[in-house]
Design a protein around this ligand. Structure first.
Ligand SMILES: O=C(CO)[C@H](O)[C@H](O)COP(=O)(O)O
Ligand SMILES: [Co+2]
Length: 221
């Protein structure tokens, strides 16, 4: 199933003192979704922000908010992120003992569930959930920080996952997160990805460069 490639800039690389303006600038520059990285200093070795910041950002952009939870446990906080304005909520299956229950919770709140595979996490961790989710987020860096180098071995994982999804006739997006640049993007798209998160490559150069950055990642640069 071929889908148009969507670009989801991660505001992890935005100017945190001007987050609202940054969200608006990325929206006007042609982004498809805004990716919001939630880190708790426990599941990953970094801390970002919580539902109150998601809520504060909501008036600045009408784009879908793609919330990437790097928190453990995730379930107790999911209703607050849904209430704050998340449209899509993805979680790491290692964050709790019952990932299918987490999928059900996200769905019950009217949001699109996604499961995240870290570089060391096998496809088997999502296989039984594929029929119930909207998206698999394949991480091409270890979660926790922006600006890391793309991990090449994950390209083959994307290809295997695409084959599995297509063989089952499922409508599940494959999103890539970490080290996405105009150079790495075409390789993951060729392997079957249809949604690209970009932090560093989307926000470099400041607001005047955002439209060109997005076009370059999309392959129209
Ligand atoms: O989830 C993340 C890190 O855990 C970020 O979304 C990701 O790292 C984006 O940043 P960059 O494009 O700079 O790698
Ligand atoms: Co992310």
């Amino acid at each position: 199933m071929v889908k148009p490639v969507l670009i989801a800039p991660s505001i992890l690389s935005a100017d945190f003192a001007r987050l609202g303006e940054e969200a608006r600038a990325m929206t006007e520059a042609g982004a498809d979704w805004l990716h919001l990285d939630i880190m708790d200093g426990h599941f990953v070795p970094n801390i970002t922000f919580g539902p109150s910041v998601v809520k504060a950002l909501r008036p600045w952009s009408a784009l879908p908010f793609d919330v990437h939870l790097m928190i453990g446990p995730a379930d107790p906080y999911i209703p607050a992120f849904a209430e704050a304005g998340a449209d899509r909520i993805s979680f790491h299956p290692e964050a709790g003992p019952h990932p299918h229950r987490t999928v059900q919770l996200i769905r019950s709140l009217g949001k699109a569930p996604g499961v995240v595979l870290s570089p060391g996490t096998p496809i088997a961790m999502v296989e039984e959930l594929l029929g119930d989710i909207d998206l698999v987020l394949v991480m091409t860096v270890n979660p926790g920080f922006g600006g890391q180098s793309f991990i090449e071995s994950q390209v083959d994982k994307v290809a295997r996952l695409r084959e599995m999804i297509d063989k089952a006739g499922l409508d599940v997006r494959i999103e890539i997160d970490g080290g996405v640049t105009p150079e790495t993007a075409p390789r993951v798209v060729a392997a079957g990805a249809d949604t690209l998160v970009a932090g560093t490559a989307a926000f470099r150069g400041g607001p005047a460069a955002y439209a060109a950055n997005i076009a370059a990642i999309r392959g129209n640069g």
